[in-house]
Design a protein around this ligand. Structure first.
Ligand code: ZN
Length: 266
């Protein structure tokens, strides 16, 4: 399923790679959330509920395009069977097919922004598994550093970072960067050290692709709530509060990977 949102001349296409239940009870993901907060979140985003009352995650990417020009893909899903996310996520994903249904061919994708290097956001960017052979892959230096240092994540480093670097397709940022007119990457650290989000802007219209800055409607409504998978909970909270304040003051829309709804209007 794909859905689109217009920001001036830019089209943002929400593309679903897969959907599946969270790997543990949702109360473990947000241990400080109250029953009242859960009820508010469920009313706000009812499509994020399983039949058992647990968290149903979407694994969603966003594709930004002007007309039928080059496309920028933000996040690359869980990937195919045998991907790095295969031990917990509902592989295979169907991102390439979903993009094709939206009129985007793999060779149209000129860049892939990875909001962070968790394996449910990079699946189709791994060169071994990727149809996006023309795309440069945009990451933050501090995530590359964190992955280089971690034996736990050696697979990601060996299968993603090194082959992309060898192919000359790795673009490592250290801070903000305008990737194309109206498409601006900003660091939002905390979920991972190099987590980044993307503003899509035209005139006074704007949309923020959040990555895992927020992961559930309960954080849209209560951005102070910590998520158990944030590597630096205090840093993630500070990034979340700062960006949600900007979204509110700009009257911006948000695009959140794991929500039931593809776009959160403001
Ligand atoms: Zn995620």
């Amino acid at each position: 399923m794909s859905l689109t949102y217009r920001v001036g001349p830019l089209t943002v296409i929400a593309v679903e790679d897969a959907a599946g239940p969270f790997f543990e009870p949702r109360s473990a993901a947000f241990p400080t959330a109250t029953p009242r907060q859960w009820a508010e979140a469920d009313a706000f985003d009812p499509d994020a509920l399983t039949g058992e009352g647990e968290w149903l995650l979407r694994f969603r990417s966003y594709c930004v395009r002007i007309g039928d020009g080059p496309a920028i893909l933000i996040d690359a899903g869980i990937g195919p069977a045998g991907s790095l996310a295969a031990d917990w996520a509902p592989v295979p994903g169907r991102l390439p097919e979903a993009l094709a249904e939206a009129g985007v061919a793999p060779t149209d994708v000129s860049a892939i922004v990875l909001t962070h290097l968790h394996n449910d956001h990079m699946g189709w960017a791994v060169p071994r598994d990727s149809p996006f052979t023309e795309a440069r892959v945009v990451v933050q230096q501090s995530d590359v550093d964190a992955y280089a240092a971690s034996r736990e994540w050696a697979g990601q480093y060996d299968l993603l970072i090194e082959p992309l670097r060898a192919a000359g397709r790795l673009e490592v940022l250290d801070g903000d960067r305008v990737l194309a007119p109206g498409v601006r990457v900003v660091p939002t650290p905390g979920h991972t050290p190099g987590h980044q989000s993307v503003w899509v802007e035209a005139g006074d219209e704007s949309l923020l692709v959040t990555g895992d800055l927020l992961v559930h409607a309960i954080q849209v409504l209560h951005p102070d709530l910590a998520y158990s998978s944030d590597m630096d909970p205090a840093g993630a909270r500070a990034s979340r509060l700062r960006m949600v304040e900007q979204v509110t003051s700009r009257g911006a829309t948000m695009a959140v990977s794991h929500l039931g709804m593809p776009f959160v209007p403001h």
